[in-house]
Write a protein that binds this ligand. Sequence first.
Ligand code: SUG
Length: 460
Amino acid sequence: MCLAKQFWKLSDMNVYEVNFDGLVGPTHHYGGLSRGNLASTRNKNQVSNPRQAALQGLEKMKLLHSLGIKQAILPPHFRPSISFLRECGFIGSSESILRNAAKDAPALLAASYSSAAMWTANAATVSPGVDCGDGKMHLTPANLNSGIHRFMEASVTAQIFKTIFNGIECVIHDPLPSALAFADEGAANHMRLSTGHVHRGLELFVFGRDPFAPEVQITGRFPARQSLVASQTIARTHLLAADSTMCIRQNPEAIEAGAFHNDVVAVANENVLFCHQRAFADQQRTISAIKQQFSQLYDEPLFVIEIPQKELSLSEAVDCYLFNSQIVTLSDGQMALIAPADCLESAAAKRLIDRTIDGDNPIVKAFYPDVRQSMMNGGGPACLRLRVILSEIQYQSICQSFCFTNELCQKLESWIETHYRTELSVSDLGSMDLYFELTAAFEDLARILSVPADLFLTVN
Ligand code: SUG
């Protein structure tokens, strides 16, 4: 039987892509911690505005919600991570740990305050049950072990998933082993093609390094973050079928140009692949292999919108984050591009978006949310969301307090207004006042989400 015809069981016929956006945390700051991420390096030590960052994120969620897209949130992780600073050798009370870290190791202090969990495209790789051999949804929290400020996200993310998905049958794996050979950055390097979210997908894993192939090593200025071994391991543990799984190599040139994740140069949704001409190694052959695999699985064409280097250089693509747009399917089956507002400032990007909308493909509209606070750390609209495909019954069974509603939005807005600073510099991070503010903020957030405060305060 053609895979496309393998439907979920009849009672589960309504299937949605739910976008779990990261709620930007109150410690959003510019620590310059991410090598290879040009925006992070460029904006090191700038003064951030956590309140604006969080409100910008909420505006994007509101936009998607108003388009009829199912929206949910993933909460920020409590910061600073005192346990991380203890692991780094600082001892004593929280106060003396923060004071001494500020004096002796400001970069470690900045890492302990990272709000990078907001980029939930890096939270996990998710395969819907229809793709998996046992029919259950599989989630693997990313170990994020390429960055000193991000590896600590994995255990908290796993706890949060267990809370949210407690009511549905799914498999939440442990993050992959912490060895660099298993470096995993989650869905930012994972795309899923299909002929509709209800059908089994063709899962594309995009890697930058291969610990067993000397020619696919870290040779350039910047680290390749995703390992082939990690991607293959996830495909195996998620019980994906061989004919619905492909591993594709990132173009090293793209990594050198600042595409530290594949989602900086490519995005897919159902039967659309939107990518830069230099996103993948050996691109022509890669694209024709994807097309061939797609046509073997389904009876429909794949729309590949490949933007040539001469129309938008890799470096312009990294500047405006055109390919970090979300592509979402609207209720009438047409698609919309949720592009960063920065694309409005690039004549080339704007022209390409207009052309795409007019072209022969399912994308018919574009929206331009302003997520500039996040962009200044290298995170566009697509970085801020984790896509989880759920049936109606599953959606009703997840922890509802994380689902986006107008009421939740209002509560979060006033929570942000109450607890978030409008200015935060790296030099503020040693202060005990900030620490107490954050504790109060997270206690309040736990009340809003109806979860025990321990979810945030003890796992740290
Ligand atoms: O891992 N930035 C993040 C941005 C992640 C974007 N995610 C996706 N492309 N899906 C990163 O590089 C900057 C933090 C700092 O420098 O303070 C940072 O971690």
